[in-house]
Design a protein around this ligand. Structure first.
Ligand SMILES: [Cu+2]
Length: 347
């Protein structure tokens, strides 16, 4: 150190570095916050984005702290030509150590508290919630509106401004999926056997998408469902339409057509005659099934769905695993449901 006592010149470095940290922190925070975000479409999104922006302040500050100290040291304290002595010796600095222990502690604790408060805010029950039961399966979504009598909808339609309670589940034989609409900002896993829930109040009309947010298998990227946030009148009209289109009778009729048009008829008869390539569908619904691996099960809706979409998983005892494997790609959710409704009528 060339001028003054070592103590004074260190103070000068410290002031310069502090100022640089402040300037760089402000610039990086402004830059980070200027980055585009997805549009918001729920009241919860506001809270989440507020917390996110708060994090950007800390990220900007930490970035500045690390970068300025590092670059300043690299350039200002370079070994200059002719300098070949050792650096100054330090015995530690208690004040500094206290500061860099206490300050992060306070920041982390503060974020813990703020996080808990915002989580409580985002998950708080609202008045007059509408319940929507969401079922995830590899690889699709199904929505039931128990309060309205709408079942097995393949799109998620919601009236704007209406608080919604999503009750989420994954099929029993399935894997973990995650319900995420980026414009809502909140998300929740769907775990087989563990019901979960999520609250959203959609507040901007528009078309969005549910995306599975948990890598769940080969169809993961296609595990999408349309979300339509509409006004109350359009929503009511949709409810009426859904009830008609998805009535069990209409579906069963469609299922009967599919039995022939999709070629199921080649291996599955509906008359009860034995000797087909695959088991007869007569009396199948609700029947006890035995599988090649010795296990048993009841032919309920979930069993039928997985038998169609992933027949290889359980092979009916006494039959060969020759059923085509592409029905998950070929059939829509509604078509699969239609076949199930048809099988139900074959008692
Ligand atoms: Cu998934």
């Amino acid at each position: 150190m060339d001028q003054g006592t070592p103590k004074r010149s260190y103070r000068r470095h410290f002031i310069i570095v502090s100022l640089l940290v402040a300037v760089v922190a402000i610039i990086s925070t402004i830059g980070l916050r200027a980055m585009p975000k997805f549009p918001r479409a729920s009241t919860q999104a506001l809270t989440v984005d507020w917390l996110y922006d708060l994090h950007l302040v800390v990220i900007g500050f930490l970035f500045a702290l690390v970068m300025v100290f590092m670059l300043y040291s690299l350039f200002v304290f370079r070994r200059k030509p002719g300098e070949d002595g050792d650096g100054d010796h330090f015995e530690g600095n208690t004040k500094l150590e206290i500061v860099w222990t206490v300050l992060p502690l306070i920041i982390v604790l503060a974020f813990g508290v703020i996080g808990a408060v915002t989580l409580k805010d985002v998950t708080a029950a609202q008045e007059d919630e509408m319940t929507v039961n969401v079922t995830a399966f590899s690889f699709g979504w199904q929505f039931d509106y128990p309060d309205l009598g709408v079942e097995k909808a393949t799109t998620l339609n919601l009236p704007v401004g209406q608080p919604v309670l999503f009750k989420l589940k994954s099929l029993d034989q399935d894997v973990i999926h995650s319900f995420y609409v980026v414009e809502f900002r909140v998300k929740q896993d769907l775990v087989p056997g563990v019901p979960t829930q999520l609250r959203v109040t959609p507040n901007v009309e528009g078309a969005y998408k549910v995306r599975c947010n948990e890598l769940c298998g080969t169809g993961h990227t296609n595990m999408l469902a349309d979300v339509n946030i509409v006004n109350q009148t359009d929503f009511d009209a949709w409810v009426v339409e859904q009830k008609a289109a998805f009535s069990p009778e209409r579906l069963a009729a469609l299922g009967q057509e599919l039995h022939a048009s999709q070629g199921c008829i080649a291996c599955h008869n509906v008359t009860g005659d034995p000797g087909g390539v695959g088991p007869t569908w007569k009396g199948l619904y609700g029947a006890q099934r035995e599988f090649a691996d010795g296990s048993t099960g009841v032919a309920d809706e979930e069993y039928l769905r997985s038998s169609i979409l992933a027949s290889q998983e359980r092979i009916v005892a006494g039959y060969a695993a020759v059923m085509p494997q592409n029905y998950a790609d070929v059939l829509s959710d509604q078509q699969v449901q239609a076949i199930i409704e048809y099988i139900k009528t074959l008692q």
